[in-house]
Design a protein around this ligand. Sequence first.
Ligand code: AMP
Length: 112
Amino acid sequence: MKFNYDDSNVFAKILSKSIPSTNIFENESVLAFKTIEPEYDHHVLVIPKKPYVSYAHFVREADQCEIADFFKSIDEVAKKMKIEDSYKLITNHGKHVGQEVFHFHVHLVRDN
Ligand code: AMP
């Protein structure tokens, strides 16, 4: 399967700072920011800075360090949000399960 990254997607614009975001965490390879349409009391999106379309693209093509850094960063984001004792991770890979933004992201969420 060939992944074609479209750099006009909204998260590419957030990364280039051409549209604003409310950032929670940032390091060399990862950015986390609040969703504009929260479905939970706590709802943050965590993205790699490199251009991957979805989860499958990321795990097939990113190197091991990048993958490890990404998933460790999610726990750092949870600490910043003060929800590290309990949280849920969601990712939509593909349009059939409702992926709307085609830059890989994990929803880090919790109610209350
Ligand atoms: P998904 O359906 O998994 O692709 O999720 C897309 C997410 O991106 C949803 O939570 C949207 O509310 C969020 N979203 C879309 N545009 C923006 C934006 N400009 N800033 C922050 N979050 C956004």
